[in-house]
Design a protein around this ligand. Structure first.
Ligand code: GLN
Ligand code: ZN
Length: 754
């Protein structure tokens, strides 16, 4: 039995990846130093693998994103970037002025660059697989090239079709959704993959790892046909086919593909295991059992896993063990956590620990006494009530239907709210955060390091709030915010206040590019024991006559951007968080706050990959939102979502029963409007983000007016708000001031013309 692994985090124990990349971008280091830094990072990764696993994947380290790498590899460079000239073009594509779209990878919080296929002309532009293999060849044991498989690549790419949505003739990005289009791109791209394989064969490669997570999506018949064709044509080399994030669709077809090994995720649900038991596994193939969870941070119950291996070995003749999905979704090393509660720490396993869990499992399977001792030790961890809180559990048990239902229907609520708020046509607002300047960050770290007192820090935050209120009044925004200066991150901030949730010091994972975040760890029953946001919101409200929005993060987002318990249903944790947020809503309400925004940017990414699982997710996800937002009818509930594909879930979003939603649409252009057009009965108020806050460019009045004009073709103008598409915390004041001034000019203009 071999131990295999993949997707080990590139971030580095000290976030070396981030420093190297950002150092290069800001010209603090030279190109040579950049490459040197990347080599050091690769060496760290290889070392972690070498100590524990039997084969080392090569080519995993990407300078930005592996989908972008694949696009470059096959020569899919959008024409606006001109001739590809290496790193410059690469980073222009990733983060330049006309950067490519970025979206969430499957149901994870990792964001990939969406390849844009302008034509079906592909060529082997950059043979990274071969280069990386050659570099590793003499240094590591059993190097194994890694590739994103052609099907997954095409499935996640966008092509362009002419569309005339909302009366405008534009090139709309669209996914590949029919057989003809798929084959149109597939045939030529396969030729490039064949060239790569040939070039690797000249280096005496034994086996190539193809990652094909798209095989876990719902598959249409023509797609299965295409998948068969792909592996048939590529089978002139031994292939290791890895799938993850869910169970494979079309199990019987997949296990019959002409490949040597098949990797299945045995952690995300029990379907793969069910199919293995029901249909067996071909005796001439090797099963890679993904049994250490790559999405969660808990130590595995190794005894159970050992039983599972024994069970599997009755089904498959050849077994290897592995993580269930890339390890990049967990932080690097739990040993770096020096301040963490010891009871919690001993229950955790980050990437480094997961590799050694795999090794231990193999040892235990082979009867190694030290491995068996560790296995006994972990058993104890699963016997206690760690993190349990009886009263939270009872509160969940006593929930009634009416807890999920606001007192009045939307139509009546909105009238009541308008009679209080008196907002103009096209009300203007922002999403919540204002620039987190160097000064803000410095003060926060000084405070956290105990260098300044709480009084000094609070006074500083207050002065920031004063400024931002003054600015918003000056430019005449209608609904104000307090700026979120006291928050590091919209989830971490609440995690630090909620009970049953821990935060980490070094538990970073990459969200996109060089951008990392530290997911909190929900280890127990969740509750709130005192107000979390009240002080700042009330302070801001005391400084203005205009309404200030209370700013909260919703339960689904807190849950999805955290690690959570595996031993109770997700739904239960969601309701627990929802009740804690509801307590906050009630406090804001009691203190005279009239508008409360509950952000749910992660609502989409929690959606299961297969349609058949949607209903059960939406049932509790929608209810969790309704539970936490069950304010009095006179309170206007806003929500906000961004950077996802919302088109296919508009009906579910509608059921959340908020009063106003602000939604990002500027990067993926008119698509979202098309979806509203199709949905038909949309009557909630809505702010279509009028400009992209990820770009430093100052949006023009005209450009934002166009967004509004398009929206007006589809939605009644009385429903429309004017706002940027997300929070402004990553921008500079020099950008925010003119951008919002232009936004206001635009609002005045369209009001006058309406
Ligand atoms: N209120 C948050 C902010 O403005 C929302 C961030 C988000 O949607 N990701 O930063
Ligand atoms: Zn957002």
């Amino acid at each position: 039995m071999k131990v295999l692994s993949y997707g080990y985090p590139k971030l580095g124990e000290k976030r070396e990846f981030k420093t190297t990349l950002e150092g290069f971008w800001s010209k603090k280091i030279t190109e040579e130093q950049f490459y040197e830094g990347m080599r050091t990072i690769e060496a760290q990764r290889v070392k972690a693998y070498m100590e524990n696993v039997d084969e080392i994947p090569t080519g995993e380290l990407s300078f930005y994103d592996f989908m972008l790498d694949t696009a470059v590899m096959v020569g899919a460079i959008p024409s606006r970037f001109g001739e590809y000239n290496g790193l410059d073009t690469y980073f222009e594509m990733a983060r330049g002025k006309q950067a490519m779209e970025m979206t969430k990878y499957f149901n994870t919080n990792y964001h990939y660059i969406v390849p844009e296929l302008e034509s079906n002309v592909f060529k082997l532009l950059n043979n990274k697989p071969q280069r990386c293999f050659i570099n590793a060849k003499d240094k590591v044991k059993n190097p194994k090239p890694y590739l994103i498989a052609p099907f997954t690549f095409l499935k996640l790419s966008k092509t362009f079709k002419k569309s005339s949505s909302a009366g405008f003739d534009i090139l709309e990005p669209s996914k590949i959704e029919d057989e003809k289009t798929l084959m149109y791109f597939l045939e030529p791209i396969l030729e490039v993959y064949k060239d790569i394989i040939k070039s690797l064969k000249t280096e005496n490669v034994n086996i190539i790892s193809f990652h094909d997570p798209a095989l876990v999506l719902d598959l249409k018949d023509y797609e299965i046909k295409a998948i068969k064709k792909i592996y048939q044509e590529l089978s002139f080399v031994d292939i290791e086919l890895i799938t993850y994030y869910d169970s494979v669709s079309a199990y019987k077809d997949i296990i019959d593909l002409p490949v040597k090994r098949i990797g299945l995720d045995l952690c995300s649900n029990t379907e793969n295991l069910g199919n293995l038991k029901k249909y067996g596994f071909p005796q001439d193939k090797e099963l890679i059992a993904g049994l250490i969870n790559g999405r969660q941070v808990w130590r595995a119950n190794l005894e159970e896993k050992l039983h599972l291996i024994e069970e599997l070995s009755k089904i498959a003749k050849n077994i290897s063990i592995s993580n269930s999905c890339p390890l990049m979704h967990v932080p690097v090393n739990v040993e770096s956590e020096t301040k963490m509660d010891i009871e919690l720490k001993k229950r955790l396993s980050f990437a480094k620990q997961k590799l050694s869990e795999l090794k231990t499992l193999k040892g235990a399977y082979e009867g190694n006494p030290e491995a068996l001792r560790v296995l006994q030790e972990t058993k104890e961890l699963f016997k206690t009530d760690f993190g349990k809180n009886e009263s939270v559990q009872n509160r969940i048990k006593s929930l009634k239907e009416s807890d999920f239902q606001r007192e009045l229907p939307f139509k009546e609520r909105i009238k009541l709210q308008q009679s209080i708020l008196n907002l103009p046509l096209f009300p203007t607002t922002t999403i919540g955060s204002f620039p987190q300047t160097e000064e803000v960050r410095k003060k926060r770290s000084a405070y956290n390091a105990g260098k300044i007192s709480k009084e000094e820090y609070d006074a500083f935050i207050k002065s920031q709030i004063d400024n931002v209120i003054k600015f918003q009044e000056e430019i005449d925004l209608d609904v104000l915010v307090h700026g979120e200066f006291e928050r590091t991150d919209m989830v971490e901030f609440f995690a630090q206040k909620l009970k049953g949730v821990a935060t980490t010091e070094h538990g970073w994972i990459i969200s996109y590019g060089s951008r990392g975040y530290r997911p909190p760890i929900i280890y127990g029953d969740v509750y709130r024991d005192e107000p979390m946001t009240l002080n700042e919101i009330l302070y801001a409200q005391s400084k203005t006559q205009k309404p200030v929005k209370g700013m909260l993060t919703g339960p689904i987002t807190i849950l999805n951007w955290s690690f959570y318990k595996e031993d109770i249903p997700k739904k239960e944790t969601a309701y627990q968080i929802a009740l804690a947020i509801l307590d906050e809503v009630k406090d804001l309400e009691k203190n005279g706050i009239k508008i409360i925004q509950i952000d749910e940017p992660a609502f989409r990414e929690g959606v299961p990959l297969k349609k058949k699982d949607w209903d059960s997710y939406f049932d509790w996800a929608i209810k969790a939102f309704r539970l936490c937002s069950n304010a009095l009818p006179k309170i206007q509930i806003h929500t906000h979502m961004c950077y996802s594909e919302f088109n296919d879930i508009i009906d579910k979003i509608y059921e959340m029963d908020f009063d106003v939603i602000s939604i990002e649409a500027s990067r993926s252009k008119g698509e979202i409007l098309e979806a509203f057009e199709k949905f038909g009965k949309w009557d909630r108020q809505i702010g279509i983000g009028v400009y992209d806050i990820h770009s430093p460019a100052i949006p023009s009045v005209k450009q934002m007016e166009l967004v509004m004009k398009r929206a007006m073709k589809v939605l009644d103008k009385s429903l429309l708000w004017v706002n940027p598409d997300c929070g402004l915390k990553t921008r500079k004041w020099e950008e925010v001031i003119p951008a919002l001034k232009n936004m206001m000019s635009m609002a005045f203009k369209i009001r006058k013309e309406a």
